[in-house]
Design a protein around this ligand. Structure first.
Ligand code: GDP
Length: 322
């Protein structure tokens, strides 16, 4: 079994690669819910939706969010009526939000709704929210504290970020399947996908018990850098680093996960950073443009995990523990 920690776009790309080079049923994708919010009366889980649509082959590759072959009648009508249109919702996408909202209101958990909707969309791997409890990422900016989507979508990541807060994380309980998988002797690796560390991975790590369970698990933990040659492929990761006084680099991301990492996959372009990284580094082509890129990177990550497991076994044998 493999666990993948994921945000939206970057995470979903690698999760898709993994699901195609290993038995999909042995992959557990744990998804950030700090981006979740309520809008127009609907419960929206952007990262879960991106991961689910991507794994189901339904994602809109051009937009980077939502569904392909989408139509926009709802949005156009909203606009004509003077309604809110800053968060765009396609007609097909809307069905998912309406159905999720109805089921959550009827008392189902986000996990249960996610599992069922994923099954109906034909998603192979298990996709679970990091928690069923509400966690909301907020950002302190030059405009004051902003809700995540206000910052990310409405204000297009333009405000300058100085601090982040994961409201509700302290009282949240990690998804039980996540914690059970971390304790399972069959676990082969934990993959931290190339997601934004500040707004996609750290909300997961902020849930009480998650860090300890990761540190205590027997499988190697391997991250893939979302930064290539000092730049984010998409989104505000590098911009945020600069605003937070950090050097935008693959090495900085490794430092965020310092106590967790056994292995780290970075791009060939970042070879000079190898010496500064305190984990076993693998150099690879980490830009995932095609489906073949996603599969190739997934194979590299799984191979790196295999090497780390072998080294661990050898280490135990030498120290007489085995
Ligand atoms: P979000 O929640 O939709 O912002 O998605 P994530 O946090 O999962 O992904 C955003 C991060 O993915 C950004 O930092 C990007 O640099 C990174 N990313 C996107 N595509 C790629 C890719 O092909 N390769 C790598 N290495 N990183 C990528």
């Amino acid at each position: 079994m493999i666990i993948a920690l994921s945000g939206g776009v970057g995470g979903a790309k690698l999760a898709l690669g993994l699901s195609r080079v290993m038995p999909a049923a042995e992959l557990l994708v744990v998804v950030n819910t700090g981006d979740d919010f309520e809008h127009l009366g609907l419960s929206i889980s952007p990262d879960i939706d991106t991961v689910a649509y991507t794994l189901a082959g339904l994602a809109n590759r051009e937009l980077g969010w939502g569904r392909h072959d989408e139509t926009w009648s709802f949005m156009a009508t909203m606009e004509a009526l003077g309604g809110q249109t800053w968060f765009r919702l396609g007609d097909r996408d809307m069905a998912l939000h309406i159905e999720r909202t109805r089921r959550l209101k009827a008392g189902e958990t986000l996990s249960a709704v996610t599992a069922d909707l994923c099954r109906r969309m034909g998603v192979g791997p298990a996709v679970v929210p990091m928690t069923d409890d509400p966690v909301r990422t907020r950002l302190l900016t030059d405009l004051g504290w902003l809700d995540f989507q206000e910052y990310f979508v409405h204000r297009r990541c333009e405000p300058v970020v100085s601090q982040l807060r994961f409201q509700g994380a302290g009282a949240a309980r990690p998804h039980p399947a996540f914690i059970a998988a971390l304790a399972d002797p069959a676990l082969q690796a934990v993959v931290i996908c190339p997601s934004n560390p500040f707004i996609s991975v750290e909300p997961i790590l902020a849930i009480p018990g998650v860090r300890d369970a990761l540190i205590g698990c027997n499988a190697p933990i391997i991250a893939v850098s979302p930064i290539i040659a000092g730049r984010a492929v998409k989104g505000p990761t590098a911009k945020m680093m600069t605003e937070l006084g950090l050097d935008p680099s693959a090495g900085t991301v490794a430092q965020r996960y310092a106590d967790l990492l056994d292995g780290y996959v970075i791009d060939h372009a970042d070879m000079a950073e190898v010496v500064s990284i305190d984990a076993r580094v693998t150099l690879a082509r980490t830009l995932m443009t095609t489906i073949e890129d996603r599969e190739a990177l997934a194979r590299i990550v799984l191979d790196a995990a295999k090497v780390l497991r072998r080294r661990e076994l050898r280490g135990l044998r030498h120290s007489g523990q085995r």
